[in-house]
Design a protein around this ligand. Structure first.
Ligand code: SF4
Length: 211
């Protein structure tokens, strides 16, 4: 395996172990199954996740995408990696957020100032998210029992770890040639712009390489 991806693949193993454990705890409340693609929208990922997908499916990194031929005209609502049965074509290599689909996820509530800059809240506050198709029978009075710090995924913690791993990847030889290829437009204009503006890469920009 590419050395630059080792920290990321180790991280993913930990994520999978935790998600399996939470999946088992919540199994009676989850309706997730192969073919359900409610959560599979058009998302963007960090460079290390995008590179791991390309390496995982065996696509040579550079040279395959021809300049100006990027996959830009997709249906913007759903992920380009869905197959005709609504299953994920890159399941073993799917990014962090996809591994958590369906589970209860805890995110900090953020505030922004007029300039759009993140501002710390006086009292930290959190919000719980889960798919509307899951936890349907859970009554309000059961919430505290079903959702505890041990049975929800604190996404801030996992995202912080992922950001650090991504930083390490960006500093590697693989990372810098991958980013250079994107900035040169080899994965299309949308990928170039989004990487510049948000540091993320739309999955749709990778999709045409292997569809
Ligand atoms: S990568 Fe796979 S799991 Fe993730 S949104 Fe796309 S189809 Fe769904």
């Amino acid at each position: 395996m590419t050395a630059s991806l080792l920290p990321y693949r180790r991280f993913i193993k930990e994520v999978d172990a935790l998600c399996d454990r939470l999946g088992a705890i919540h199994r009676t409340h989850l309706s997730c199954r192969k073919g359900c693609f409610t959560c599979c929208t058009d998302i963007s990922v960090l460079a290390v996740e995008a590179f791991s997908i390309l390496r995982g499916v065996g696509t040579p990194l550079l040279g395959i995408p021809e300049e100006g031929k990027a996959f830009e005209n997709i249906n913007a609502n759903y992920c380009v990696f869905l197959d005709l049965e609504g299953a994920c074509k890159i399941y073993p290599y799917r990014p962090l957020i996809c591994r958590t689909h369906g589970l209860p996820l805890l995110y900090p509530i953020l505030e922004y100032d007029e300039a759009g800059k993140e501002r710390a809240l006086e009292e930290p506050a959190w919000q719980l998210f889960y798919c509307d198709l899951n936890f349907q029978g859970v009554e309000d009075e059961e919430m505290e029992r079903v959702f505890t710090p041990e049975t929800v995924l604190n996404m801030e913690e996992w995202n912080e770890q992922l950001v650090l791993i991504n930083e390490g990847f960006r500093g590697s030889a693989d990372g810098s040639s991958f980013l250079k290829a994107i900035y040169q437009g080899k994965f299309g204009e949308r990928a170039r712009k989004e990487l510049f503006q948000t540091g993320r890469i739309p999955l749709s920009s990778l999709g045409w390489v292997i569809l």
